[in-house]
Design a protein. Structure first.
Length: 137
């Protein structure tokens, strides 16, 4: 099964993401975001970060999650490569393995500013979850 695909959106960037369950979709969304920023094959797993987020709405949790990853990158230069996501009611807990982005070593792709609510969708279709997220770049 395909995890995500990049969407061609004028002036912005987007992802369509799939998952067998919501945890897998959130994991795939994080990986897709990291791939928008750099080629993950050049990222080592030398550091870990823990994230805990709450929201009563799943679509809001998706946007908060992606914006937290953007915050970690913008503030600390930390880029995630592997994401261990768990959901309990309306709380997301994640352990992120990755490294500090090095402009001299790692490929620079897009400068992602934020995940937005513009054209945001999150739905379960039959046994599969699907989401669309647009990012300000």
């Amino acid at each position: 099964m395909k995890k995500y695909e990049q969407l061609d959106i004028s002036g912005d960037a987007g992802l369509r993401i799939w998952g067998e369950n919501l945890e897998e979709l959130l994991t795939n969304a994080a990986e897709g975001l990291s791939e928008l920023i750099t080629d993950l094959s050049g990222i080592e797993e030398t550091e870990r970060r823990e994230v805990v987020l709450n929201s009563e709405r799943n679509d809001d949790l998706l946007v908060k999650w992606l914006n937290e990853l953007i915050f970690l990158f913008d503030t600390y230069g930390f880029i995630g490569k592997r994401f261990d996501v768990s959901l309990k009611s309306d709380t997301l807990k994640a352990t992120i393995s990755g490294d500090i982005f090095n402009v001299e070593v790692n490929e620079s792709r897009l400068l992602v500013k934020a995940a937005t609510y513009h054209r945001l969708s999150l739905k379960k279709d039959n046994s599969q979850w699907e989401a669309v997220v647009v990012f300000d770049i």
